[in-house]
Design a protein around this ligand. Structure first.
Ligand code: SF4
Ligand code: SF4
Length: 148
């Protein structure tokens, strides 16, 4: 008889609830979540959407941080946050904006229930995203930034 234990389920095995309330918090400069990283394809897509050459877009809207291109968030918000808290580049917003809050680093229970919940009032609201989909989104985000 096999004595193998079943693989342990993640703490979020029943899924996670999230629905954006469009509060705009995550688009403002606030400590831990004040960096929006851009992969090379983000730079090309956003520059194209704005009708700018990529170099000009980077000079105007970005900073270089440890070898990464990041959006400037010192105005005191992202330059693309509009008065109604919507994103002016929504169709081509950076991958990390599109996949928040389902990032690998946020899937630690303490992080999810701590910093993520404190930053984002959409946590715990809205429809349940199944665990498999949460993990697919987290993987997609890692791959986009070349982390896997
Ligand atoms: S902090 Fe959360 S609820 Fe607020 S805009 Fe960002 S994703 Fe939406
Ligand atoms: S690009 Fe859009 S979604 Fe991302 S931080 Fe800026 S305003 Fe927010």
């Amino acid at each position: 008889m096999s004595n193998r234990s079943r693989p342990s389920k993640p703490w979020y095995s029943k899924g996670l609830r999230f629905q954006c309330t469009t509060c705009g918090n995550c688009c403002r400069n606030h400590g831990e979540y004040s960096y929006v990283y851009l992969a090379p394809l983000d730079v090309v897509r956003i520059a194209d959407y704005l009708g700018l050459p990529p170099r000009r877009f980077v000079d105007q809207y970005c900073l270089l941080e440890d070898g990464w291109v990041t959006l400037r968030m010192d105005a005191p918000a992202c330059a693309f946050l509009q008065e109604d808290n919507r994103c002016a580049i929504y169709p081509v917003r950076p991958k990390q904006c599109a996949t928040w809050p389902f990032w690998e680093e946020n899937l630690e229970r303490a992080t999810w229930e701590g910093a993520v919940t404190e930053c984002c009032p959409g946590i715990g609201k809205g429809p349940l995203t199944p665990a498999a989909e949460v993990e697919r989104i987290a993987r997609e985000t890692e791959e986009w930034y070349g982390e896997e």
